[in-house]
Write a protein that binds this ligand. Structure first.
Ligand SMILES: C[S@@+](CC[C@H](N)C(=O)[O-])C[C@H]1O[C@@H](n2cnc3c(N)ncnc32)[C@H](O)[C@@H]1O
Length: 192
């Protein structure tokens, strides 16, 4: 199971709707299924727009689905691998320098995604263990979605790239955390 398998599954529920990918990166999500109307944004990669996902110029409710997959850690399980795969790491302008930044960007981007979305928001995140401490990014994402007037309709967990830890990196008692796709839908009653 990988990200594009999950997107393919979720497309059955969401349907083929005008979609904004706020963090398009290398477009890994859309390897198996691509919506007919896909608009891409990424500050550091080739995309239709190169805007900061916490403060974009997109109109309120201008896309039916907004997809958001922010950096989930400042240095990644392996900084080099993270950089190679996503070409994003902390040397880039505005990139998260620590877990506090990661969480601030997660909240800021979700609020922006909820503002832009007419119906669906899809967030990918994961809890992170740093220095033996668990940072509950998934809970933070869920709470932010609900506070923004959305209902969580599905959570899909998966383990990506299970690999042995690089030498010198300690496996903590908490192990590696799964990635989670959270699908949320605008709460129409609350919005009225
Ligand atoms: C985890 S990657 C997304 C991977 C993507 N889903 C894919 O399929 O390739 C996070 C992306 O967010 C972008 N990014 C980081 N901070 C940003 C910001 N403030 N505004 C817009 N894009 C940002 C990075 O350039 C990176 O491509």
């Amino acid at each position: 199971m990988n990200s594009s398998d999950i997107i393919l599954q979720l497309a059955v529920t969401i349907g083929d709707v005008p979609t904004l990918d706020l963090t398009h990166g290398l477009g890994v999500f859309w390897k198996q299924y691509t919506p007919s109307k896909l608009t891409t944004n990424d500050r550091n990669e080739d995309a239709d727009y190169r805007q900061d996902f916490t403060a974009t110029s997109f109109d309120d409710r201008s896309f039916e689905l907004v997809v958001f997959d922010p950096p989930f850690t400042a240095n990644g399980p392996s900084k080099h691998r993270h950089q190679k795969r996503y070409r994003s790491h902390r040397d880039q302008e505005g990139a998260p320098q620590n877990i506090k930044d990661v969480r601030r960007l997660l909240v800021g981007g979700i609020k922006e995604a909820c503002r832009i979305s007419g119906r669906w928001v899809l967030v990918k995140t994961q809890d992170v263990v740093e220095s033996g401490q668990l940072h509950a990014n998934v809970n933070l994402a869920l709470n932010t979605l609900v506070k923004s007037g959305f209902n969580v309709v599905r959570e899909t967990e998966f383990h990506s790239n299970r690999r042995p830890q690089p030498s010198g990196r300690r496996v903590t008692g908490l192990g590696r955390r799964p990635s989670v796709f959270i699908l949320a839908e605008r709460n129409r009653v609350a919005a009225e």
